[in-house]
Design a binder for this molecule. Structure first.
Ligand SMILES: *[C@@H]1O[C@H](CO)[C@@H](O)[C@H](O)[C@H]1NC(C)=O
Length: 468
């Protein structure tokens, strides 16, 4: 399958080239893509933001766009347009959206045989990416690329940078090959993906960003050996996420939201604990772990000294493949009276309501399991922005760069540890939780634009280049 895959990608790349040149020639359009020339005024320089995914669900890339626009650059976003974009991007005079063509129906599952589906998907992506980056967009001074996915972004971006003279800033959120390795069906492709990602990745970026120090060390290290510099740009909460400290404001929001209305007063009084988790409902975030912990929490081993557990309202936000299965499981548990005192609701909220919910909750739960061991869950960053302490799955290297044990949250590696944590933190006195909340507010006070100006603006602003 790997050989088939390589051949189809190579021949596809070649034919896309030929077809696009011939097509443009006969339709009287430009055949040779324009090249980047330094603009007379810096404000006319274009910065391109490239994501081979839905821009609405790529918060970090949206923040790059907002920050570059704030500095007066012309920002061109190249991405798929599925869910709503960040409000600051809509109607922003400095930002233009170049939407990639969505995948046609005939490539979807079932229509094509399996062995043709992946090549067809890659070729289609290659085509829409190539024509948008080469012809539709103005030549950019810098292109900021998200990795993963690496294929086919890396080689298309490399071609574009050579032909159009744009510089590349690769933002390493994670590794494509470690994510691919989580899918058992894709195992045979992992070595090829890894080779592509490591080899092209090494030469691609004129500069690189990593989401953690641990990842930056790996990228500079023996395996990746990136040729150019690697800078850590930690994720920071967006302005939307702010703590709510006044009890009146908290009550007002909780009384308004459908999911919390009935319990608003009890939550404010501390008689019911509100916990929030957001999940993409995929196997790499084992929601079953939280569910098992809640069952164990609600059914303590009879012991005369222990206080009975506080009632919990758990709100799980997000959409994803395993959601239905778990909703059924939750129902079964409730019918079997395995969850006394616990209500679990699933929700899909607007950004604004989600931000307020985090600010009004008692504890956030992160089940993120890192495929690379060196990335971090952005949702925990947002929780801190909203001043919400977290209990986070912590069996991976980089988690300590964000969740500091006993300061702004606590880590767990097993269901038993999570159960124990819930008992300790949600108990009636709430002192430890209060201390963690202060830590979370402190951690969340460091904001994105400050980090961005310090790290990224120093890389892409021309004065800095002149000074080098
Ligand atoms: C757009 O750019 C101008 C400078 O050209 C800047 O003053 C303004 O704040 C920017 N607007 C946004 C919404 O970023």
């Amino acid at each position: 399958m790997a050989v088939q895959f390589i051949l189809s990608v190579l021949s596809g790349a070649l034919s896309v080239f030929l077809v696009s040149f011939v097509w443009n020639f006969f339709s009287g359009r430009q055949v040779i893509p324009t090249r980047h020339r330094p603009a007379a005024s810096e404000e006319d320089e274009h910065i391109q933001i490239l994501v081979l995914g839905d821009i609405g669900r790529s918060p970090r890339m949206q923040y790059h766009a907002i920050s570059a626009a704030k500095h007066g650059r012309k920002v061109d976003i190249v991405a798929y347009k599925e869910t709503a974009r960040h409000p600051d991007l809509i109607g922003n005079p400095n930002v233009t959206m170049y939407a990639l063509t969505p995948q046609p129906e005939w490539i979807a599952w079932g229509t094509l045989p399996f062995f043709l589906q992946i090549p067809a998907k890659v070729l289609h992506q290659f085509w829409t990416l190539f024509s948008t980056l080469m012809y539709a967009t103005p030549a950019a001074q810098w292109i900021i690329i998200q990795n993963p996915p690496s294929i086919p972004t890396f080689h298309v971006a490399l071609l574009v940078s050579l032909i159009r003279g744009s510089k590349l800033l690769v933002d390493w959120h994670n590794y494509g090959h470690t994510i691919l390795a989580q899918n058992p069906w894709m195992k045979p492709l992992v070595p090829l993906y890894k080779w592509y990602e490591l080899w092209l990745g090494r030469y691609l970026g004129n500069a690189n960003l990593a989401v953690t120090d641990a990842m930056a060390r790996q990228l500079r290290g023996r395996q990746f050996k990136l040729r150019n510099t690697v800078h850590t740009l930690h994720d920071r909460p967006a302005e939307l996420f702010q703590p709510i400290t006044s009890p009146e404001e908290r009550r007002a929001f909780l009384s308004r939201l459908a999911e919390t209305k009935a319990d608003a007063q009890n939550i404010v009084d501390g008689a019911v604990r509100l916990i929030v988790s957001s999940t993409s409902w995929t196997p790499d975030e084992d929601f079953g772990m939280l569910l098992d912990a809640l069952v164990a929490y609600a059914n303590p081993v009879p012991d005369t000294t222990a206080e009975s557990p506080s009632p919990i309202l758990a709100i799980i936000t997000g959409k994803g493949p395993q959601q239905k299965m778990y909703i059924e499981k939750i129902q079964q548990l409730q019918e079997a009276r395995q969850l006394p005192g616990i209500r679990i609701l699933t929700a899909w909220l607007s950004n604004r309501d989600y931000a307020s919910l985090l600010a009004c909750a008692d504890l956030g739960i992160s089940l993120h399991k890192s495929s690379s061991g060196v990335d971090l869950p952005m949702k925990v960053v947002d929780m801190f922005g909203a001043g919400l302490p977290v209990a986070a799955y912590s069996a991976f290297e980089s988690i300590g760069e964000l969740v500091r044990e006993g300061e702004n949250g606590c880590g767990f590696e097993t269901t038993e540890q999570l159960t124990e944590l819930l008992r300790r933190l949600l108990g009636l006195d709430g002192q430890e939780l209060g201390a963690l909340k202060r830590g979370a507010i402190q951690e969340g006070s460091l904001r994105w634009s400050h980090e961005w100006d310090r790290v990224v603006w120093n890389i892409i602003s021309p004065q800095q280049e002149a000074a080098r």
